[in-house]
Ligand binder design. Structure first.
Ligand SMILES: [Cu+2]
Length: 301
């Protein structure tokens, strides 16, 4: 039986809802790879676990007082046993290591999954995620809309503390850090809503910091972009500044447009020397010498 079949049987034996929004119900190749790797390592570890649980009662029964086993207190060495005790773990470690090595390369978050990826810029905030679509010109808060079957490259940074971004059904976690950019590549192969969240504790709103990854057909995505352009409000530097205070977003917010380069400005706001260079996008008011210009909205024009 293939390892993935074992996991499949296990999954079928338990309520389906238990695996929703988990890599155990993958909706793309990255999570599928995690599932089959999980199956392989589980099967390999059973080689150790099953014989042990079988042997334990046999040994207890055979060598009990009055049992058939011979009492041999002078026994010291047996080549067969030595080979078994040392050989099996060595083979297992090599097999596990090889499987992990391959999976690490295949599941590398930075590995492009195809030509012409949809680029989405992700800014982690307290306690929400801002998604910027440079190609489409729209932006969202706590809604990651994705087209089906098109490779996606997420570029992540944080506008606040370090966070850990994950959409378990689609791809593994990656950190988002202030002043730095990380990348996560994925392809969604099933339409539907999947839950994504931050898994790095960042304060009171942490438990509620989740968002919906909504996978649509290519056509539905295109019309979603058009609808968003027509309906949403614009996100400018002031709008971004209003997102900085900690808050939980009850429903996703759509923006018809955003200030181009906002993602880079957020990162630059944390760059060394920002107090001299006056990067305003990323940070609340810097502490020390800070003068020579006006911060009122009129002056900012
Ligand atoms: Cu300033």
């Amino acid at each position: 039986m293939k390892p993935s079949a074992i996991v499949g049987l296990l999954a079928a034996a338990l309520p389906g809802a238990a695996f929703a929004d988990s890599f155990l119900e993958p909706a793309g190749p990255i999570a599928s790879g995690q599932l089959s790797h999980f199956g392989v390592i589980s099967a390999l570890m059973l080689i150790v676990i099953v014989p042990m649980f079988v042997a334990l009662p046999i040994v207890l029964y055979r060598y009990r007082r009055g049992g058939k086993g011979t009492y041999r207190p002078d026994w010291e060495f047996n080549w067969g046993l030595e080979l078994l005790i040392w050989g099996v773990p060595v083979v297992l470690v090599v097999a596990l290591g090889t499987a992990l090595w391959r999976q690490t390369i295949v599941g590398d978050p930075y590995r492009a999954l195809g030509p012409d990826p949809l680029v989405v810029e992700v800014v982690a905030l307290d306690w929400k995620f801002l998604f910027l679509y440079p190609e489409q010109g729209v932006a969202t808060l706590d809604l990651l809309a994705l087209p089906e079957d098109r490779p996606v490259t997420l570029k992540l940074t944080s506008g606040t503390v370090m966070q850990s971004f994950i959409v378990p059904s689609l791809a593994g976690q990656i950190y988002a850090m202030a002043g730095m950019q990380t990348q996560l590549n994925l392809v969604a192969e099933e339409t539907g809503d999947f839950t994504g969240r931050n898994t790095q504790y960042n304060g009171l709103g942490f438990a509620t910091q989740s968002f919906t990854a909504r996978v649509m057909s290519a056509d539905a995505f295109a019309s979603w972009v058009e609808t968003t352009k027509a309906q949403g409000s614009a996100l400018d530097a002031d709008g971004y500044a209003r997102l900085l205070p900690s808050s939980v977003v009850s429903a996703p917010v759509l923006y018809s447009q955003f200030t181009p380069g906002l993602f880079d400005q957020v990162m630059a706001g944390f760059a060394p020397g920002m107090f001299q260079n006056h990067g305003h996008a990323g940070m609340p008011a810097p502490p020390a010498p800070h003068q020579g210009h006006d911060h009122t909205p009129e002056a900012a024009q």
